[in-house]
Ligand binder design. Sequence first.
Ligand SMILES: *Cc1c(COP(=O)(O)O)cnc(C)c1O
Length: 367
Amino acid sequence: MSIYWNDRVKKLDPYVPGEHPRNKNIIKLNTNENPYPPSPAVVEAIQRALAGDQLRLYPDPASLVLREAVAERYGVNPDQVFAGNGSDEVLAFSFGTFFNSDTASPVLFPDITYTFYQIYAGLWNVPFRTIPLGDDFSITGGDYLLPSGGVIFPNPNAPTGRAQSFEEVVKIVAFQNKRDRVVIVDEAYTAFGARSVVPLIREYPNLLTIHTLSKMGSLAGLRVGFAIGNEELIKGLCRIRDSFNSYPLDRLAQAGAAAALKDSSYYEGITQKIIATRERTAAAFSALGFTVIPSQTNFLFVSPPRKTGDGVSRGAAFFAALRERGILVRYFDKPRITDFVRISIGTDEDMAVLLKVCGELVSGTDA
Ligand SMILES: *Cc1c(COP(=O)(O)O)cnc(C)c1O
């Protein structure tokens, strides 16, 4: 704490991102980055955007070329698309645009979910109520059929990896639509196996979907996210953006992201590879005696069969044992999930090393 901080800053509880080590020999499976490079068309588009003196000029504040590429890819129109500096920014703007500070109507989200929702609620002074996941970490749509200030969840959920059925999501959206409450579905991982609800934005003006190119687009380093929804929702997001930063996306990000969205065949290829690796890895973990939550994402949420360290939770001990052996995964020190770690799907070579080390750890042959 500093005497110079205002009361708002003193009350914040900021997000702590996964580690980004400088050591290149580490196998980095802790932030769900895509193990494959982005489409070559992305690099070419960025090089074209660099040519001449274009960086002297401000970028298009409306990111129109990028929004047209999103519209084309998802079968919507550009007025139904909002682009931002990573989907985290789009999510932050969404909390500021759609959720009120009325304590009688808290926003609903799962007890185990993307940590940033709670942080944005704090930033914008939005009251919230968490809804417990089932014992198998599934979301039950019926639990969200309550009067609320709005609803937000990822589908598939993170960090569990579990997807909810399309029908369950629709139930929530339809119920909250009757009460004029916005439902935000964070589709960060939908490309890896869940069914998108984007086609429902015409039927449900209260539905906003959030997307990122960080995971499926292999562009975590470019910082591009977007939202799709009814025109009124998009205009609201623009009002917040233009009260904050009119140019959240630079020229290189706009050009690269548009090129990525146009190369769907490349991305379909690497997505299928990741899914195949995920399924093989999940089966191998099960065979080693791990608890494996069924995943429709580019990561696995697993719990080792026995403790690999003393005095700490099973997840923390497993995390530390892997880290010592040069493999970084993600551990969340939170109720209900202290036995688990989240492991991003890497290349087949990364997974082979991971599984070998995990086999040694559980059989105790490692020391
Ligand atoms: C990674 C992630 C994001 C953030 O994506 P960026 O576009 O990199 O900011 C948002 N939501 C969920 C559920 C995520 O896992």
